[in-house]
Design a protein around this ligand. Structure first.
Ligand code: ADP
Length: 335
């Protein structure tokens, strides 16, 4: 009986269309944790700040069910934030944070209001990559309680778990404490109005990632990999995790794809070639871009000048710009 009811509910939910993305809320991964207990429906709805009307539409659709006494919808949103995207990788050191910073910068250059949440508990280095030193986080009093005030650099609002730690000390949080801190971090930042919030996720498929995915309205993730087989295998696991929890994978970015010769412009695939393409084909996730190895990416990260801003005509910046435009088109953001 419950399975039949479950199918009935899913069919009705599939009739609720998100108007700008022009797709149904089930396919978009906006409905999760659907449970039917006795004659009651419980679900979680993951939405941006401009999508609250979907709640009433769901209630109205499900009101057709004669057996359902009541539907309980738990809203998962970040106040003021329209589109939340995750940047993930199967393992550390592939350039995930570098990519997050440069996509944020490229989106900002397109005219969007952008925030960057550094939730990489294992290596929170976003503030340094944007030129912020150790800063005290300010807490402000709002009608909905005390909130952290984000910092700002290069026109991007920034919050990092690293700012909660003492300099040069690892973030030694585990289990329930880690869960509580991350949840608070996702809910208690006063972002203001943002078109995009990018979340730099911790690498891998552990507790921290799952907490962030479940507690934030991430409507898509971008996966970063390098061309090597080991990195590719890690991303494969990562993609399965996202699909299991119902978060759409927007695509794959292959970083450190090739080195461009300064004299003749020849492209040499130092770490092998085809990994990103093979993965994209196998997992039916688009290859969003291939970023070259460029020492200016590394020096820019160290000095707080993302290449997407400082060398805006470089080949790497062109890739970041194209990705930002693609994201803008996907989420119907227009400048
Ligand atoms: P992750 O977040 O995956 O751990 P990072 O973004 O911190 O990785 O990058 C690791 C290091 O590699 C950093 O020093 C960064 O500057 C460097 N790096 C990343 N991508 C490139 C690239 N395409 N060319 C040159 N250096 C890069």
């Amino acid at each position: 009986m419950t399975t039949a009811h479950q199918q009935e509910v899913v069919q009705l939910l599939k009739q609720v269309i998100e108007p700008t993305l022009n797709n149904d809320i089930v396919s978009l991964g906006m409905v999760r944790n659907l449970r039917i207990v006795d004659d009651y429906i419980y679900l979680r709805l993951y939405i941006g700040s401009h999508q609250h009307q979907l709640q009433a539409e769901i209630q109205s659709k499900l009101s057709f069910l004669s057996w359902c006494k009541k539907t309980y919808i738990q809203i998962c949103t970040i106040p003021g934030v329209k589109t939340t995207l995750g940047i993930s990788s199967g393992k550390g050191g592939v350039g995930k944070s570098t990519t997050a910073v440069n996509i944020a910068t490229a989106l900002k250059l397109q005219g969007a209001k952008v925030g960057l949440l550094d939730a990489d508990v294992y290596g929170p280095n976003i503030p340094q990559m944007l030129g912020l030193g150790k800063a005290d986080i300010k807490v402000i009093n709002t009608p909905t309680g005390d909130k952290f005030l984000p910092l700002e650099a290069q026109g991007i609002k920034i919050m990092s778990v690293g700012l909660l730690a003492e300099a040069n000390r690892p973030l030694a949080w585990r289990g329930p404490v880690l869960h509580k801190i991350l949840t608070q971090f996702l809910q208690d930042v006063e972002w203001g109005e943002l078109d995009y919030l990018l979340i730099d996720l911790p690498p891998g498929t552990g507790d921290a990632q799952i907490t962030i995915i479940q507690e934030s309205p991430i409507c898509g993730v971008i996966l970063v990999t390098t061309p090597q087989q080991v990195a590719v295998a890690d991303v494969r696991r990562n993609i399965y995790m996202f699909r299991q929890v119902g978060v759409p994978v927007l695509g794959i970015i292959e970083n450190m794809s090739y080195l461009i010769c300064g004299d003749c412009g020849l492209r040499t695939p130092i770490f092998g070639s085809g990994g990103g393409e093979q993965l994209a084909a196998e997992l039916q996730a688009p290859l969003l871009g291939q970023i070259p190895i460029d020492p200016r990416i590394c020096s820019g990260s160290d000095t707080g000048n993302p290449i997407a801003m400082s060398e805006s005509t470089s080949p790497a910046s062109e890739v970041f710009r194209k990705i930002a435009i693609d994201i803008g088109l996907s989420f119907a953001y227009r400048i």
